[in-house]
Every structure is written in C-alpha cells, then in structure tokens.
Ligand binder design. Structure first.
Ligand code: ADP
Ligand code: ADP
Length: 232
C-alpha cells in the first residue's frame, strides 16, 4: 500500500500569459517502507510535486493523499496538524538551532508540541544515525555531514508516516552525502520508515528502491532498483 499519492496532480502558478504549468496530470504513489527518488532537470516540477504531497502547497487540479486523507479536503489548521504529526522534512540547508544541543535539536518539535518522545524509538534512531557520542554537542562543533544527520534524525523523531527530503545531500561532499543516504536507507530497512527524496544526483539513486523521472511537469519514466548506470 502507498503512504502517500498524487492522482492527476496539476499545478499552475500564476495566470494568463505568465501562467506556468509546473505539474501536468501527475499520478504517482509512494509505497510504505520504501525509499523513492524524484529526479528530473531543473524546473521539471520535482519540488512542486513534493511540496503538494507534503501539504506545503496546494494543487490546482487533481488530489494528493497522505494515507487515506485527501489533502484538498482539509482546512489550513488540519493541514498544519497533519504536517506536524505525520510528515518529516529534511532540507538542503540543515536548519539546526545553533544554541541547542544535538539531542535538543532532535527532540525540539516534540518538545514544542508537548509530546513525550518514545524512548525506544529515539534510542534506535540515535544508534542508527551514529551520533551517540555527540548528543551534548552544538551544531557548530559538528561537520556538515554530521549536522545533516541530526536534521534527518530530527525529521524522524516523531515517527512520521513519511519523510520528504529536498536535495538532502546538495550541500555535502560525496563522502558525507553517502553517509546521509546510507542513514536514510537504514531508516527504511531497519526502522520501517518511508522516505521520498528529490535529487539531481544520479549516484544518489543507487541507495533508493525506485526513481520517478519528471520532465516539464510530467512523469516520463519510473525505474525499480535504479543504479547510477541505468539512470545516466
Ligand atoms: P524543480 O524542483 O524540478 O526544479 P519546481 O517544482 O521548482 O521544479 O518548478 C517547476 C516550474 O514551476 C518551474 O518552471 C518554476 O519556474 C515554476 N515555479 C516554481 N515555483 C513557482 C512559484 N512560486 N511561482 C511561479 N512559478 C513557480
Ligand atoms: P564526516 O565525514 O562525518 O562529515 P568530517 O570528516 O568532515 O566528518 O569531520 C571529522 C571530524 O571533525 C568530525 O568528528 C567533526 O566532529 C569534526 N569537525 C568537522 N568539521 C568541524 C567544524 N567545523 N568544527 C568543529 N569540528 C568539526
């Protein structure tokens, strides 16, 4: 079954002569406990697709679903609640809070929501991310790769139904990028998480279960078990 889906998703920015059709009748499913890459050239609609399925933006036509919930039927308030409780986000910039420790950054969203973190889940996450000896350090004391690992752990802390990562390795060298991809792979294999990643990097697809290719707002290809060779 799919954790999230887009059905006939169409997104038009602006109107009249300057209108841009960023998504044109896109139907895709993101299956449970799978790592999916969204690929395609710059401007092909990758970010728009991710944002609309993640409830950060709304479609012009068609529908996006998280679980069985059609996002278009939700109020802004319900959408915010769904994002907070069911969706994790990882961005290219790590966006950590510099004054908080690694541990505090990881549990920040739960703390703000007054939710008690699941201890076993957090322990499993911290063991998987390999930051056990850094929990009381601050972001400035970590390498870029380590900071991004904290950002991924933060996205997973509430045990969301799905995690969306937008170019998560875009600011990292290939070694640190490989570590992040390996961590997301383990989050899928060992923790059962569902991860969707927008990426430009054909090498990154080697870590994923499937890749969806967009061009001009349309799905032009879908590959299972992609490798850098089949993608290039
Ligand atoms: P990608 O992530 O593949 O680079 P985007 O989803 O960012 O592509 O953009 C798809 C198309 O929509 C592009 O032509 C882009 O210029 C346009 N676009 C994206 N966001 C906006 C916006 N807020 N307003 C107007 N046009 C936009
Ligand atoms: P990784 O490959 O895990 O991203 P690096 O090889 O870049 O890590 O860094 C090696 C070690 O140096 C790390 O354990 C990290 O704590 C430390 N380090 C890296 N960058 C900085 C920095 N800007 N300030 C302090 N310590 C750093």
């Amino acid at each position: 079954a799919a954790v999230a889906r887009a059905v006939g998703a169409t997104k038009v920015y602006g109107a009249g002569d300057t209108a841009v059709r960023a998504l044109d009748d896109v139907t895709v499913a993101f299956p449970t406990s799978r790592f999916t890459a969204i690929m395609g050239p710059s401007g092909s609609g990758k970010s728009t697709l991710m944002h609309c399925v993640a409830g950060l933006d709304t479609l012009t036509a068609g529908e996006a679903y998280v679980g069985d919930v059609a996002l278009g039927t939700l109020s802004d308030r319900q959408l915010t609640l769904l994002r907070r409780t069911q969706i994790g986000f990882v961005f290219q910039a790590f966006n950590l809070v510099p004054t908080l420790t690694v541990r505090e950054n990881i549990t920040l969203a739960l703390d703000l929501a007054g939710r008690e973190p699941d201890r076993d889940w957090l322990d499993a996450l911290i063991a998987t991310v390999g930051l056990g000896d850094r929990l009381h350090h601050r972001p400035a004391e970590l390498s870029g790769g380590q900071q991004q690992r904290v950002a991924v752990a933060r996205a997973l802390a509430s045990r969301p139904r799905i995690v969306f990562a937008d170019e998560p390795t875009g600011n990292l060298d290939s070694h640190a990028g490989g570590e992040i991809l390996g961590f997301m792979r383990r989050a899928v294999d060992e923790l059962g998480q569902t991860v969707v990643m927008v990426t430009h990097d054909p090498l990154a697809t080697g870590w994923t279960d499937s890749a969806i290719f967009l061009a001009d707002g349309r799905v032009v290809d879908e590959l299972d078990a992609p490798t850098p060779d089949t993608v290039l």
